[in-house]
Structure formats: C-alpha cells, structure tokens
Design a protein around this ligand. Structure first.
Ligand SMILES: Cc1cc2nc3c(=O)[nH]c(=O)nc-3n(C[C@H](O)[C@H](O)[C@H](O)COP(=O)(O)OP(=O)(O)OC[C@H]3O[C@@H](n4cnc5c(N)ncnc54)[C@H](O)[C@@H]3O)c2cc1C
Length: 815
C-alpha cells in the first residue's frame, strides 16, 4: 500500500510540474525548471565539500569521522542537460548516511557538450577513483534517470576496454532508451507525473546532437549485457520510462547478470529525490544501500589482500543479535537503516517469530490493537481485525524479514549457549550450537516470555496421559470426548478455554486466583476501512495515536492514582453480572485484589464458557496429580485424560541456561542473584558493549511492548553510531549510576498498584517488581531518546584511531 505522501507528491507534480516541463521548448527553460527548488537540508552529521576528481568538479559527501566501508560514485539525473551534484543531494546524503563515501561529479551537460561528453567524464572520474582505492572491489556506482543510463553506458565502456568493473551498480528509474520505443511512453503518458513522450524525445535529441539514438552507449538498452556487475533496478509502475527498466532487466537477466528489480506502485519517476518526504523513497534507498554493501562485502572477500595486523582484533561480525522475535527483527531493520551492515541474528528455533511462532494454541490473539502492535517503521495497513490473531502477527514478522531482505542475516537453528567478554580484544566470544565467532556488540533480544512456567505439582510425573504447556500446544492430539484439566486462568488460558470447550467431554479449570476480565472491543476491519488506512493521508497514524493514548490512560491508574481504576472494577463486575447467571460461580470469579495488580485480561467468551454444564471451575488447591486424575485439597478426585498448563512464563528469570560472562568472568545470572536489574532495562555494569531489549523493568501492563522496544532499539543505535564516530572501543554503564537508577525505580514501584498485595508474575521471589516500567511509556521514550554519556565509562580503540589516521594520510581526499 503506497503512502499518502507518495500520492500527494505525485498529484502535485502531475498538476504543476508536468504541464510546465511539457511546454519548455528551450533546454535553458527546462534546466531552470528541473533545478528549481533544489534545497536539500544536509543532516548535521554529514560533511558536504566541493571537490575535484580527474579534473572534474563535484561534491564529496560523507559522515563526520566515520570510517566508510565503500566509495560510491553517483551520476545524477536531469536528462543530460540539467542538474548537478548539489541538486542531487537527496541521493548523495542518504548514501553517506548509510556509511558510503560519496562523490558526485558535475559531468558536462548537453546541448553545449553533447554525447558522449558525459560518458567521457564519468569514465575519467571512475578510473581515478579506482586508482586511489587501488582496485574497484570497494567501489559502487549509482545513477538516477539519465544518470542511470549513464551508469550503464560507463559499464559498457569499462567492459569493452577491459577495465575493472565496480562491485555493483544501482539504477533508479534509469533512462536507457533514447529512441523512446517502450510502450509505457504512450500507455503511461497520462498517469506519469513528470513526462509526456514528446518532452522525452526533445531531451534525447538535445543530448544526441545528431548521433544515432540506437548507439549502445547512448541507449544502453541495446548494448550487450554480458559480464555486467550485479545491478539493482528500481522503477515506478506508472511512469512513462517504466519500460526502459523492465526491458533492461529482461535483457540483463537473459545475459546472466544478477539483477534485483522492483517496480513500485504510485510513486513517480525518480521519486527518491523526495526522500525526506516519501517513505517509499527512503525504503528504496535503504534497500539499495543494503544491496550495494552486501556486494562490496562479497567482492572484498574475493579480492581484498590479507588484513594487516592491527592492535585491536577485528570481530567476525560487528553486532550479534540473539533472538528473532519483534525485538530481533526490529533491531536488524534499525541497524540496516543506520548503515550498520555487519550483523547477524541468531535464532535457536527453525523459524523466526519468537512468541508468535511458539504460541499456536487455539484462539491465541494479542491484547493490544493491531495498529499499535506493529513496528512503526514497518507499517501494515491491512490487518483483518482490531485485535490481531497469532497467525496474522506471525505472518507480519515474516513479511518484515522479506521486505527488508533480512533472511540472509538470520541464522536459524542456532542457539547461543554462551557469550564471554574478552577484555584484551574488547570483543564478545559467542559459542553457539553451530560453532563459535566473535562480535563487537552483543544485543540480547531473547524476550521475557519464552520459557514456559510449569508448577511443580505433587505427583505430576506420574500422570499417564498427555500433558503440555499452552506455548507447546500438541496439535496432533484430538481432545474430542476427553476429560481435560486446564491448570491456570491467566492470559493464555482465557483465550484457549472457550475454543476447546466445544470439543471436550468435560473441562475442569483449576483456578488459583480469579483474573479481572473486561470486554474486548474486537471487530473485523472491513475492506473500506482497510482502504482508508492505506490511502487516506494520516488516517492510519491517527488511529495508532488514538489507540496509544487510550491504552496510556491506564498508566494513570496503575502508577499514580489506583482509585482511577474503580471504573475498570465497575466494568469487570458488570461483565460478570451480565455473563454469569449463577451467583456461586460469580463469587468464585470475583477477584479479591485491585484491578491491575495482576494483568487485566480482555475476553467476551470466557465467562459464558464457564457457565456451560460440562465446564467446571475448580477453586480448591491441587493436592496431587495422579496417573489419571487430579485430587484437590477438598478431597475431590476428578478424572483427567489430558492436562494443559496455562501457567504463563518464567518472566523473572529470562536467561535460563544461557551463560553471559562479562568483565572478570562474572556471569550475568550470578550478578542477578538478588534479582534482575539494568540501566533502563538495557545496560548492565560489568558487561561492556552488551545491550538488552525487553530487559528488566521494561515490560508493560497497559500498552504495546513494541513501543518500549522501539525506544530501546533507537538507544542502541545511538550508542553504536556515536561510538563509531568517536572511535570508541567499549562502553559500560557506571555501577553507581545503574544502582541509583534502580533504587529510584523500585521506590516508584512501591507506590503502584502492582505492589498492592497480590501475587503476580511481575514480582520475583524476593517480592521485587523486576518486570514492569513504573510510569508512562512516553516518559521512558523521552529518557531513551539520547544517550547520557556521563552514565557510561568508555574506552578508545587503537584500531579505530590507527585506521582513521591511515585513511587521512593515504586515501584520495575530497578536493
Ligand atoms: C501468549 C502471549 C501473548 C502476548 N500478548 C501481548 C500483548 O497483547 N501485548 C504486548 O505488548 N505483548 C504481548 N506479549 C508479550 C510479547 O512477548 C512481546 O510483545 C514481544 O512479542 C516480545 O518480543 P521479543 O522479540 O522481545 O521476544 P520473543 O518474541 O520471546 O522472541 C525471543 C526469541 O529469542 C529466541 N531465543 C531465546 N534464547 C535464545 C538463544 N539462547 N539463542 C538463540 N535464540 C534464542 C527465541 O527462540 C525467540 O524466537 C505476549 C506474549 C505471549 C507469550
């Protein structure tokens, strides 16, 4: 679904720019029009400097102080008669942000300098860069519109002269056919936001200056494509030059060239020029950057000389993420956006998805509305219901992996067994079920609710029938005609009990504490609403924010004024009265603690299920489980063919068997013996370059955990990018800062509803709340927006300094 910004700008261009360009008969008029409004705001962390390569002026763009992995030559568009490096800063700045060192030449323009002057200039610049870099393996070339055609023409020249080709090229709406023979020139004339075919022909004639339009260097569509480097091509579905791309891709693929091709809906020709405004522009450029970096990495492995010894050991991978649920996938996308390309995601299971892969029990849904329970930077507008079901969320996570091309980064069936910090090298050494490797940064995304909690009921090992936890549902077992004992009445149980009640002969539900249950405002999202969410500008964002603030209201009651939760109490009691006719059952189902002290649940079918004759709510404690029955404290023995545990997760001991050892070999589980704790749930003293997502005290009882996770992801990115910029090797939170932070946190928690006397999974064995954030989520977000470097001890890296010095001394500098 295209964004409203893309719709809006396409419409604007079609109604204002296109008619004026069609009328501009003189090249000078068209040049003025194309160059008007070129005022891209350069991000603060970039340097843009005028320079000259091979005597051709242009602009260097790069990030302050960072050591770029690859050099990128950008050939700008503008129909060969207009524009410059300056007008095309939306491209060059974006690529620089992604870690490339970019040079954009001001090649000579037509009609003053017709074909092949532009190609001559491009070739001189390219070869000069190759000489400065001592090879082409870390060089890539990109071009938009006419610059795309020029890039291809340059490739022809290089191949014919047997000169080194770059690691890869990326072409955005390339103009490859100056004869304008593609059907889209006519078919899309009306829908194209920029060109009528006549204007294209006029531009071609000005550049050709009498040369043959079918010359393969002028129209590289007609050239021999064999042996060209890997190429990425992005074009717009409804632009007049669409077929310049589709036919190019067909021919290149037929010639055996590796091509990554995408046709984008709604956007206009060369839409990446609007990257500050159009999400699809940033998405396209992010995908292209990832493509280019990956090809440079491949070329580096193939061609780079053996690395020279440097004082700091280089890690096998810069960032290792453990876990592929929402946290791991989201973190990977954010790293990619930040231009950090060296990372991997370890996943112990054979599939990504975390919680939403493991919990396949009947009726599994999320308690947070769909529009809120999704990554803000990977929006989805076609959710089928207000509250997403498990299959839909699982599919969404798979979509994210595909959309951001992450599959190659994820190592499935690879469990991290131990991670040990090596002080000498400043690296983490990872031991996995599939081998060992090192990383500079370790990001734990193992989640808080992945280890099932199964109570040690007396005699449970003697039970003769099948028994399983709701997160390990046995789909091969037919429950029809069976006596089923369900232990626990938490969030999962109240979802699957109504689903299985219809199949079983007898269902006994063993309850320790009655939950507060409120109505679920669920409904399908119809086609019209889905259309509006995808097309009406701002509507989806408005829905998301409305839901966010609705959920956030609960935080007042939970953390500031528990009396505000009286309304929740009234609604809960009203639902009981409405749905449970039996007074005795109502009494059993009426909670004896404040709403919110344990997680508030939402359901419309839980209470009605419990009133069915073959469903029995058992409130007496379990004395013993026998081979075919369950005996309760009141002496009643009930037949049980199957036992299902709906008893939640070990939320206060998330590490489980995973061994993480920091400075001095101290293990995290030992450091946490008195209970989990971390600085904003993210950093732990003694564990340098280690970050946690959904760490201690970052869970929520009232809003979407994804919001908190995104704040943490942004924080990790801020840490890593700043460290790279400053040449820092390690960062470690100061022990006293972390201790003060936690004391303040626990102080606040003592005044919340969660400390009002109930026994919940939020509290650890010492009664400390180690799971929840004690306030508003926007407050957490605000605190995580910028890293407070005073809270951290940092160490400079000799390697970073040496590299920076070497580059400053030896590389072809700007200008
Ligand atoms: C049934 C259920 C319902 C929920 N409903 C809601 C809700 O309504 N609203 C809400 O905000 N939250 C809800 N949650 C919480 C949910 O867990 C989080 O919202 C979110 O999905 C957590 O994502 P994550 O990536 O941090 O962790 P997870 O989804 O748990 O993913 C962690 C991943 O790490 C992997 N892993 C663990 N250890 C290792 C290792 N040593 N090596 C390699 N891989 C490892 C796991 O296999 C897993 O894939 C619910 C949770 C459950 C279980």
């Amino acid at each position: 679904m295209a964004s409203w910004q893309a719709h809006f700008i396409s419409l604007l261009l079609r109604t204002t720019f296109k008619p004026r360009l069609a009328k501009a008969m003189e090249a000078a008029d068209a040049r003025r029009l194309l160059e008007s409004g070129a005022a891209h705001k350069v991000p603060e962390d970039l340097d843009v400097r005028p320079g000259e390569v091979a005597g051709i002026a242009g602009e260097w763009v790069e990030r302050h102080g960072s050591a770029p992995r690859a050099t990128l030559l950008h050939l700008h568009g503008g129909g060969y008669f207009a524009c410059s490096a300056r007008t095309h800063r939306p491209y060059t700045c974006f690529f620089a942000e992604q870690g490339f060192r970019v040079f954009a030449p001001n090649y000579r323009l037509a009609p003053e300098h017709p074909f092949p002057a532009a190609i001559d200039d491009a070739q001189h610049v390219y070869l000069s860069l190759v000489r400065a870099l001592a090879g082409a393996h870390s060089l890539v070339v990109t071009g938009d519109s006419a610059g795309g055609g020029l890039t291809l023409a340059l490739m022809q020249r290089l191949r014919e002269a047997q000169q080194p080709l770059p690691a890869a090229i990326a072409l955005f709406s390339p103009w490859t056919d100056l004869a304008t023979t593609g059907p889209s020139a006519i078919e899309n004339e009306a829908s194209c936001s920029m060109f009528v075919s006549e204007a294209i022909r006029r531009g071609a004639a000005g550049y050709l200056g009498g040369a043959d339009a079918l010359h393969p260097h002028a129209s590289p569509l007609y050239a021999d494509m064999r042996g060209l480097p890997p190429m990425l091509v992005h074009a717009a579905e409804r632009e007049a030059m669409r077929d310049d791309s589709t036919r190019l891709v067909e021919r290149a693929r037929a010639a055996g060239v590796e091509v990554d091709f995408r046709l984008w809906p709604v956007v206009h020709h060369d839409w990446q020029m609007f990257q500050p405004f159009i999400p699809e522009a940033r998405e396209s450029l992010t995908i292209a950057s990832a493509f280019l970096r990956a090809r440079v990495a491949q070329a580096d492995v193939a061609q780079a000389p053996a690395p020279q010894a440097v004082p700091d050991a280089a890690p096998d991978v810069e960032v290792c993420i453990v876990g592929s649920g929402f946290s791991g996938i989201g973190m990977a996308i954010r790293l990619q956006h930040a231009g950090i390309d060296s990372f991997c995601v370890l996943e112990q299971a054979g599939e990504i998805g975390g919680t939403w892969r493991d919990n396949t029990y009947p009726g599994c849904t999320c308690d947070i509305p769909s529009h809120l329970y999704s990554l803000s930077f990977a929006p989805k507008t076609d959710w089928s219901r207000m509250y997403p079901t498990q299959p839909e969320i699982r599919a969404y996570l798979h979509e994210c992996v595909e959309r951001f091309d992450l599959a190659q980064r994820i190592r499935l069936d690879t469990r991290l067994d131990s991670a040990t910090y090596d002080e000498a090298s400043g690296l983490w050494n990872m031991r996995t079920s599939n081998g060992s490797f090192s990383a500079r940064f370790l990001v734990s995304a193992i989640g808080g609710l992945h280890r099932p909690a199964i109570p040690a009921l007396p005699g449970i090992e003697s039970f003769a029938g099948p028994s399983f936890h709701s997160a390990r549902w046995d789909h091969g077992l037919d429950l029809k005609g069976k006596h089923v004992a369900v232990i626990g009445t938490g969030a999962s149980a109240i979802q699957f009990v109504p689903q299985i009640a219809a199949q079983v002969e007898q269902l006994d539900l063993y309850q320790r504490t009655a939950p507060w249950v409120l109505p679920k405002l669920d409904r399908p999202i119809g086609p019209r609403e889905r259309w509006a969410l995808g097309h009406v500008p701002g509507y989806r964002t408005l829905c998301r924010w409305r839901l966010y603030w609705r959920q956030e209201l609960f935080a007042f009651g939970f953390t500031l004024e528990p009396r505000l939760l009286d309304r929740a109490r009234k609604i809960g009691l009203w639902l009981l009265r409405k749905q449970v006719p039996s007074e005795e059952l109502r009494t059993q189902l009426t909670p004896t603690y404040q709403p919110g002290c344990k997680r508030i649940l939402i359901s419309n079918d839980y209470f009605p299920t419990l009133s069915q004759p073959h469903v029995k709510l058992v409130t007496a404690g379990i004395r013993e489980v026998r081979p075919r029955s369950v005996l309760t404290e009141d002496g009643v023995e009930r037949r049980a063919d199957v036992v299902i545990f709906g008893t939640g997760f070990q939320a206060t001991d998330t590490l489980g068997p995973l061994r993480v050892s920091g400075r001095g070999g101290v293990r995290l589980d030992e450091a946490w013996r008195g209970g989990m704790h971390a600085y904003y749930g993210t950093s732990v003293p003694g564990f340098p370059n280690f970050f946690m997502l959904s760490g201690p005290n970052t869970g929520l009882g009232h809003n979407s955990v994804i919001f908190m996770l995104e704040a943490q992801m942004g924080y990790v990115i801020d840490c890593i990018t700043t460290m790279r910029r400053r040449g820092l090797r390690t960062l470690e939170v100061r022990a006293h800062v972390e201790a003060d932070h936690n004391e303040a946190l626990q102080h606040r928690l003592r005044r919340t509803v969660w400390a009002s006397g109930c026994r919940s999974w939020y509290l650890d064995e010492h009664g400390r709340n180690v799971t929840l954030w004690p306030g508003f989520t926007f407050d957490y977000w605000r605190r995580m927006r910028r890293v407070d470097w005073r809270a951290y001890r940092t160490q400079f890296g000799t390697q970073a300094r040496t590299q920076a010095a070497t580059q400053a001394g030896t590389q072809a500098g700007p200008g």
